[in-house]
Design a protein around this ligand. Structure first.
Ligand code: NI
Length: 218
């Protein structure tokens, strides 16, 4: 990356930091972790660092989960920010395509990324959804939405379309089965697959503990 691109990254990071206002599952620190992980994966995969970093920084700038399912807001806001820093249009198009494609939309809904840069940003975002951080974020998000931690009377579902997934307001533990435990098999790059395996094992252990404590067995 050249110094002009580095300067743009710094400015965009600053803009994103000022704008992020979600709960602690979707705040600046989520972006910061995804950005760091994306840089790490980018080095291994030899992708275009400028596109990867911009995609990571802007991937949740207007998350559809917080805009009643409207997926067009994120790319629009990202385009405005990138234009304001004079980013060339083919890079803007590429970054906006990544943002429009990135979200998990239910167990039965495929969201394939077209480019290596997109695959890296998606992997970095998905890694932040699993493991110790993933567990913490899931309960933070559920708390923000006033959801029960767990309700044995509300079984989990494997959603086959985005609207069902979006509307489901089941208990937070269900989210492990509806999304988190599925992510290790949705990683694009080999480096992310390896990291996901470790984080996945940690979640399995956590769930075993959770249920044995719930049932008073421990
Ligand atoms: Ni994200």
């Amino acid at each position: 990356m050249n110094s002009e691109q580095q300067h743009i990254i710094d400015q965009v990071a600053h803009d994103v930091h000022e704008r992020m206002s979600g709960d602690s599952s979707h705040d600046w620190w989520h972006i910061f972790r995804v950005w760091n992980m994306a840089k790490r994966l980018c080095e291994i995969e030899k992708a275009d660092g400028f596109v990867v970093e911009l995609g990571a920084l802007l991937h949740d700038i207007a998350d559809w989960k917080f805009h009643d399912g409207d997926e067009t807001v994120g790319p629009k806001v990202a385009r405005e920010i990138l234009e304001s820093h004079g980013v060339v249009s083919d890079v803007i198009d590429h970054v906006c395509e990544i943002i429009a494609t990135i979200s998990f939309k239910g167990a039965g809904v495929a969201t394939p990324m077209r480019t290596l840069e997109g695959k890296i940003v998606q992997d970095a975002d998905r890694l932040d959804a699993i493991g110790a951080i993933g567990i913490a974020r899931t309960f933070a998000y559920g708390g923000d939405k006033d959801r029960a931690m767990y309700n044995p009377d509300r079984p989990h579902a494997l959603h086959q379309n985005k609207d069902d997934y979006f509307r489901d307001d089941g208990a937070t533990i269900n989210h492990f089965y509806e999304k988190l435990l599925l992510l290790k098999d949705r990683m694009n790059t080999n480096a992310a697959k390896e990291l996901a395996e470790q984080r996945h094992q940690f979640m399995e252990t956590y769930l075993q503990e959770f249920f044995s404590e719930w049932e008073g067995k421990k």
